[in-house]
Ligand binder design. Structure first.
Ligand SMILES: O=C[C@H](O)[C@@H](O)CC(=O)C(=O)O
Ligand SMILES: [Zn+2]
Length: 262
């Protein structure tokens, strides 16, 4: 594949447009990647032929993280206040889902991921402070970072979705390295908090067929279960990671030896 073919298949861009609820249905485990930036009244999930009609969440669960100003999400008759870096788990059911900004002139910026769900679990908001926090890496290897696991077993019950975000410390540039795969789950990385001219070079592919994607702010890189993943930025950045698949064990990664990369 040439770079443009790689981008066509594995990068989701054009997210976070003002006044738009945008989404892409991937054939990677039927994951959906999307965003909602409410600059008017509200933005709501519609009904889609591709998802079998009915409510968006009739057969799906959704994880949402706000990377913008405060807003709220209404699920059926429940409303959840969503500050920056709050996460929301939305369980399966025939409820309506809508997104709102507290101040449409300074909008909330919601990123969401959805996978098919076989059971219905309660909706739950998880603030950044309530997330499971893991500090790891070191300055000398330029990979000092903090992982916030917000939608994960022990905090919320879900069918397959596991989601959270990682913030790279000032002066560090690498996320997970050496890279890893986890054949049991696919994973999406949504990069944010990059300057306009900054890039994250995201490495994907089979370990002996390494490919690079030059990622701009607010683009998502999709990793099928066979693809390794890791990235290095031209400066510090953050990213939302999310996984779906067979199990929800975060630590069962298959680490790739650096010497095996080619
Ligand atoms: O399977 C786990 C995921 O790839 C990420 O959570 C890794 C990550 O955020 C990091 O190490 O910086
Ligand atoms: Zn991973």
């Amino acid at each position: 594949m040439r770079n443009e073919d790689l981008r066509e298949s594995f990068v989701v861009g054009e997210l976070m447009q003002d006044g738009v609820l945008a989404m892409t249905l991937s054939d990677i485990d039927r994951g959906i990647i999307g965003s909602a930036v409410p600059t008017g009244e509200i933005l709501a999930f519609g009904s889609f032929e591709e998802l079998g009609g009915g409510a968006f969440t009739s057969r799906r669960e959704v994880g949402v993280i706000n990377i913008g100003a405060p807003g709220s999400i209404t699920v059926g008759d429940e409303s959840f206040a969503m500050n920056r870096l709050d996460s929301l788990y939305i369980g399966r059911g025939d409820h309506s889902v809508s997104f709102k900004s507290d101040d449409p002139a300074d909008p909330a910026r919601f990123y969401f991921v959805s996978y098919p769900a076989h059971a219905s679990y309660p909706h739950k908001r998880v603030t950044q402070a309530e997330a499971h926090r893991i500090d790891l890496g070191e300055g000398k290897t330029c990979n000092e970072r903090t992982i916030f696991q917000s939608l994960r077993p022990g905090i919320v019950e879900s069918c397959q979705l596991v989601m959270g975000f990682t913030c790279i410390a000032e002066g560090s540039v690498w996320n997970t390295f050496p890279p890893h795969t986890h054949d049991r789950r696919s994973e999406f990385y949504f990069y944010f908090d990059l300057d306009d001219d900054a890039r994250v070079f995201h490495f994907m592919g089979k370990p002996d067929e390494l490919k690079a994607l030059a990622m701009s702010n607010e683009e998502a890189a999709l990793s099928p279960s066979w693809s390794m993943h890791c990235g290095v930025g031209s400066g510090a950045y953050s990213f939302i990671w999310s996984m779906g698949g067979e199990n929800q064990e975060f630590d069962d990664m298959d680490h790739v030896k650096q010497a095996a990369l080619a």
